[in-house]
Design a protein. Structure first.
Ligand code: EPU
Length: 419
């Protein structure tokens, strides 16, 4: 298995570009199933999860090609196998995103039921109950979800709990339903707005995305489109923390700072000088003292759970005690034992990590357990004295495009070790 070798202690400086957002790209690829025309996607990140999503729609019969400008062209007019196999779903839970578009377009979907994962049990009951309200007939058998309908019909749906991919599945399904759907208690993440923008560019009639009430007026069919995937706010936030913990001075380009409110606000509270400039964010931590910040994760616009592990590392390097409370997933502290092996002082009390800052940490051989946990181990490696080897980095390749190259461009000493 490939590993990353990091020699810590370098202060990062320079500029890098942000890549397209994984969590914006995945629902957009799934939504391509709703149209029978060509769809061109620009700025797709080169990530394992994107490859898995292509493998999934490819296994159903989608035509996928790459043009001379590295844009992907998708055509899903000839889907013949309306099934998402367990072998793919088990490697990526976001495979559930094809459910909404398959049932809306073809009246049928068979999808392996995603199991739990490293960060929590992560059921999909909100998705299924909401789809039933649109008229889908759903049964669970032999580890699969089977959904059938003659035609989905618009409905008023109040989600039981806020769910990002659940909201996305329902927007997709309601887009081709008969009549109007009013979705309430929906997720407000920027990626929901991205999906609505994509679908509206295909002729859908969706309003309210980004607020907690979304209105979808079903249409007969959706056309092709060309769409650019927006930048990844979590990737950008991770590099900003890399700048902060190494007392660096870095700029992330091609990013929308408007989407990063809670991240920027907390970096400022931590003592960083952060300047947003239209499409870039600069962070300067040279000659500033790092102060730990209490964090509570929450749905957007709150502090993202996908930045919790990374911010924990930042808190470890500030003086004094801080608390990081995880409210979205019940088991998202797997990185903490590994961080403590490097010399951090973190104690878990229920859903709260209690952190006492330390003067320094030391390199160690550590193991990644999930995507954002791996990012936190790399951040710790950048600060640690000596060498850190991060094992199981296939987790990082799911969500960070060429991380060692981007960090090297900022002056880090980081190398991918082959198998
Ligand atoms: N939940 C239920 N029932 C459901 C759906 C969700 O109980 O039917 C619970 C979950 O178990 C969790 C909470 O509701 O406790 C929120 O889960 P949500 O459904 O919002 O998560 P998701 O849609 O599966 C997306 C991102 C995650 C991100 C979360 C929260 C994608 C592909 N994934 O997951 O991203 O952490 O929203 O913001 O968009 C990552 O990129 O590392 C990642 C895990």
């Amino acid at each position: 298995m490939e590993k990353l070798l990091i020699k810590g202690g370098k202060s990062l400086s320079g500029e890098i570009d942000c890549s397209g957002a994984k969590n914006a790209a995945l629902p957009v690829i799934a939504a391509s199933i709703l149209s029978s025309d060509d769809i061109t996607l620009k700025n797709l990140p080169y990530l394992q999860d994107i490859t898995t999503m292509f493998e999934l729609i490819g296994s159903m019969g989608a035509d996928i090609s790459l043009d001379e400008r590295m844009n992907f062209k998708l055509n899903t007019s000839n889907l013949s196998n309306l099934e998402a196999r367990y072998e793919l779903v088990k490697t990526m839970r976001a495979s559930i995103l094809v459910l909404g578009s398959m049932i809306a377009k073809y009246g049928y979907a068979k999808i392996a039921l995603p199991g739990g994962c490293a960060i929590g049990s992560r059921p999909v009951d909100y998705h299924l109950k909401a789809l039933e309200k649109l008229g889908a007939n759903i049964s669970l058998k032999n580890g699969y979800i089977e959904a059938k309908t003659d035609k989905l019909v618009g409905a008023n749906i109040e989600f039981e709990g806020v769910t990002v991919t659940g909201t996305e599945n329902l927007i997709m399904a309601a887009s081709l339903a008969k009549g109007v759907s009013i979705l309430t208690n929906v997720a407000k993440e920027p990626e929901i707005l991205d999906l609505a923008n994509f679908l509206n560019s295909m002729g859908a009639k969706i309003s309210g995305a980004g607020t907690d009430k979304i209105i979808v007026e079903g249409v007969e069919e959706l056309s092709g489109t060309t769409y650019e995937i927006p930048a990844d706010r979590i990737e950008a936030g991770t590099y900003l923390i890399a700048g902060a913990v190494t007392n660096g001075n870095i700029t992330i380009n091609k990013i929308d700072p408007e989407r990063m409110g809670a991240i920027i606000e907390n970096l400022k509270k931590a003592g960083a000088e952060v300047i947003s400039n239209g499409k870039s964010i600069s962070l300067n931590m040279t000659n500033h003292i790092l102060k730990p910040v209490n964090i509570i994760t929450a749905p957007f616009p709150g502090f993202p759970t996908d930045m919790q592990a990374q911010f924990t590392v930042l808190n470890c390097m500030g003086q004094g005690e801080s608390r990081v409370k995880e409210t979205i997933f019940e088991n998202r502290f797997m990185h903490i034992q590994e961080l403590n092996r490097m010399g951090t002082n973190i104690r878990i009390d229920g859903t709260t990590a209690i952190i006492n800052g330390v003067d320094s940490i030391s390199g160690a051989q550590v193991m990644a357990t999930d995507l954002r946990a791996s990012a936190s181990l790399i951040l710790a490696g950048l600060v640690a004295k000596g060498e850190t080897i991060v094992d199981r980095i296939y987790h990082i390749d799911r969500g960070y495009e060429r991380i060692e190259e981007k960090l090297s461009n900022l002056g880090a000493e980081i190398l991918r070790l082959p198998n």
